[in-house]
Design a protein around this ligand. Sequence first.
Ligand code: RIB
Ligand code: CA
Length: 305
Amino acid sequence: MAIPVIIDTDPGIDDALAIFLACAAPELDIRAVTTVAGNVGINRTTRNAAHLLSLGGRSHVPVHRGADRPLRQELATIEDIHGQNGLGGVELPGTAPAPAEGSATEALIRHLAAAAPESLTIVLLGPQTNLALALQKQPGIARAVREFVVMGGSLDPEGGNSTRYAEFNIHTDPEAAAIVLAAGRPMTWIPLEVARQASVDRAWIEALRAGGGPCALAGAAMLDFYLRAFDRPQAALYDPLTVLWLIAPELFDLRPATLEIETLDAARAGQTRFDLATSTSQIRVATRCDDRAVRTRLLERLLRL
Ligand code: RIB
Ligand code: CA
């Protein structure tokens, strides 16, 4: 039975690979995609999500436009990493379908309100503003969440990538992440360190390009920009690891943890403080992955498109 999921995303190059991976996963039933401003502005993330789904053969999946800014912080996009258009300057073939009627918050409320208890998995690949707004408007929808799968945070409380203390998704909207955490539903976090462990290099990108399909070619071209932006021989594919967790959980080591998210101290805003010294928790955090198998499985799946 395919896992019903909603993907909330800010494509974004690594989001794009995550969306392609979800398109190549019969294990997942993508009910909707909701977009948020983050890597780039909301117009581009929304157009990119629709275009990526169409290229991945999932043009029937509705895309709902979401928040154009965080709950309280100012939006600080990162075009230097993702390009002005959010896809490394790559122009995808064809045209982007129009987004669906209804905002991301309305769609999240509608889907969750209609879903059976603990039945819908929400994959969070960007700032968690849309989920926070939906939970604030109708808190009861939380009961339909089977689990939140989150790309975000860092195991090292001083191992951030946006600031010394905070990872980009949580730093962009710490208040939203705290609201989603407070919903008290099961959460699986894929932190920066695990994504960095499974970074890809030039050889991996060329193996993707050699696939020759439209998604493989587009993905490789986006990663050409991404690798230059990192200015290192390897680049971390953060977001795809959340989708891979759903497809192949055996590739990840997870530990139960308690979690605090900093929202008061401005210098540490968005800091994630995981405490692994706990035996039972609704929250699990990945501590390691089988990085060779992750790279192999990612490539194998993306080459199917
Ligand atoms: O810190 C990595 C996260 O921030 C990823 O989701 C990437 O797409 C950016 O949004
Ligand atoms: Ca993202």
